[in-house]
Design a protein. Structure first.
Length: 134
């Protein structure tokens, strides 16, 4: 793992959260993106070498909507940048971690992603991210 790529925060209202985080971080949101496969609308902020990703559900029964209904708004996941996502997935699988995704999928911000189940990571949803090479 190379670094913390981003921290994902579940929000009820993306527009209001963008305003809040622009004031908090003293930097503008540099990108918004809809990720249809996850049914989320996202917004990104650069903070040093890492990023903050705000996530708003597009549907009332989406993963983020269910998360907010159960736990409220707040920290959703921590994402780590990796060089080779498939090798890292296999290493973690062999070490006993439970992967939510059997194969990487396309995520936001031009990344291949995979999630690790919180039951195997002390209650924290972990995302692995690899930049998609053109």
């Amino acid at each position: 793992m190379k670094k913390i790529e981003h921290i994902g925060i579940a929000v009820q209202n993306l527009d209001l959260a963008i305003t809040t985080y622009e004031m908090l971080l003293n930097t503008p949101c540099y990108k918004t993106e809809i990720v249809e496969s996850e049914q989320v609308n996202t917004a990104f902020f650069k903070v040093g070498e890492s990023k903050i990703e705000l996530l708003e559900s597009l549907t009332t029964d989406g993963v983020i909507a269910k998360f907010i209904a159960k736990k409220g708004e707040g920290l959703h996941h921590v994402a780590f940048e990796v060089t080779d996502i498939e090798k890292e997935m296999e290493r973690l699988r062999q070490a006993g971690f439970v992967l939510i995704n059997e194969v990487p999928k396309v995520g936001a911000d031009n990344k291949l992603v995979c999630f690790l189940h919180p039951k195997s990571t002390n209650g924290v949803l972990i995302e692995l991210c690899e930049e998609i090479k053109s």
